[in-house]
Design a protein around this ligand. Sequence first.
Ligand code: GLY
Length: 362
Amino acid sequence: MKPLGLHEIRSAFLDYFEQNEHLALPSFSLVPQGDKSLLLIGAGMAPMKKFFTGEAEPPAHRVCTSQKCIRTGDIENVGKTDRHATFFEMLGNFSFGDYFKREAIHWAWGFLTDVLEIDPNLLWATVYLDDDEAYAIWNEEIGLPKERIVRLGKDDNFWELAVGPSGPCSEIYFDRGEKHGCGDPDCKPGCDCDRYIEVWNLVFTQFDKDEEGEYHPLSNPNIDTGMGLERIASVLQDANNIFEIDAIHAILEDICAMADYEYGTDKKKDESVRVITDHIRAITFMISDSIVPSNEGRGYVERRLTRRAAKHGRNLGIEGAFLYKLCESVIDSWKVQYKELDDNREVIARVILREEERFLKT
Ligand code: GLY
């Protein structure tokens, strides 16, 4: 396995798909454009719905992105668990009426095993219940043994948002080994324990779901894939949680330095450090995409994240405003891919400082 850093994995992914004739697009904004069904972008395909449905012409029929995403449904779990995060990056390759299952599966396998050099014996695949075509590609073309291909139902192997393009999928799992497992001899992907983690979701986008929940077949079958950058980085870096990933850990260390605190010495304080580590990325990227604190909608999400992070700063004994300084660490690290962060550096710091000062007064 290649021990690549977070930023290196992202570049390797985009380079690989560019070599396979994909157009690498910059991330779309976190603010959905012309889509009232979403408050924030939370999936790589979300900003491209209209390319899947044929409503708009895509800039190319094969594209790849590293998309900025925010999901706040599980905000109370951030800092407490190993995996919950509000901000993450989703790597994806997309076909709009161009290639389909065969190429999507072969390229995903090639990236994981040739480029990232993951041991193929540690990879499993799942397919949708009756998807014999995907099953045969995995088994006969890739050579994955039958024992490592699992058929799962709609809960696991069907991708959809509230409305829009959707379809059955095939997921790739990494085996973290028995020590992470539940001990059940039949443990495999689909089990609730931590042994098998999903790293890549290949969606065979065949339907457009309407507001009534009806599925309408799309005229062209499409491909939408999603691989969480932090998830694959955890695998390559053998990190037990997202806070051990190189670039994210560097932010965590900056917070500890500001608080003069040694990470790992106090459970409650560790949780505060992790919450701030997560939220500062979300806040920095949101403001860079022109989301400013307010009492409703996206602005409220931003305000809530800033205030939660500020409160956890108090738990660590940090005096006064500090998030407006910490955002510099995020900008300096992530600007390698997201140039807009550097362009908006001063505005980001100013907006955060104003909100921290308001919070400190209350
Ligand atoms: N759109 C596929 C995924 O995010 O998993």
